[in-house]
Design a protein around this ligand. Sequence first.
Ligand code: PEP
Length: 251
Amino acid sequence: MRKNIVAGNWKMNTTVGEGVELANEVAEALNNTPHNCEVVICVPFTHLVAVKAVVDTDTLGLGAENCSEHDKGAYTGEVSAEMVKSTGATHVILGHSERRLYFGENNEQLLTKTRKALANGLTPIFCVGEVLEERENGTYNDVVKGQVEALFELSPEDFSKIVVAYEPVWAIGTGKTATADQAQEMHAHIRNVIAEKYGKEIADNTSILYGGSCKPTNAKELFAKPDVDGGLIGGAALKADSFMGIVEAFN
Ligand code: PEP
């Protein structure tokens, strides 16, 4: 059966020293708190090696926030999936709306990045979500369907290794959370889209996380919905106590 997962996305925040401190706080809190979900922190590339040195990735997953679509070579500034894996990381966020919007990442590139991540044994946390205009003009189901379908060239075996994160762009960092009913409606839609392509078993086993202004105060209601299998957490992942408050929403 699918796993419940709470994953933090630190984005471009913290120095290495601050990141190691935060990772230590989360790791310690997790050791002292019974929890009913898998927990992952996704950190800047620069932090991976230092954070890996202080966390046990069997109990706290460690992810990058992106990886290159290329394997190696003359791509100045890029970081390959193999490099990410070589730090000891276990996960990688792909297709975050900030990558799609500010760095022009498209479906084709994201399929390639996903293939590279999988080939290197990383678990992709693949983000999808509509912008406000698409929510308001009613095209959001089709938009998200198209984003999920970008992965439909993957074999069933490969697709079954993906974690999906539904992040309505209008809810990211805005303090505006999708209602639990809006999240449930979209998560059920995503699961149906997956089922139509890969069958019910793979769809039922796919963890679909919600992201967008998720906080300790709203996590319980969101996670109580049958198709919401956890969260991808931005702002609230930057403090161990608020992140743990969300982890504990599964208790
Ligand atoms: C995110 O960017 O992945 C996110 C969910 O951010 P926030 O929680 O800050 O809205």
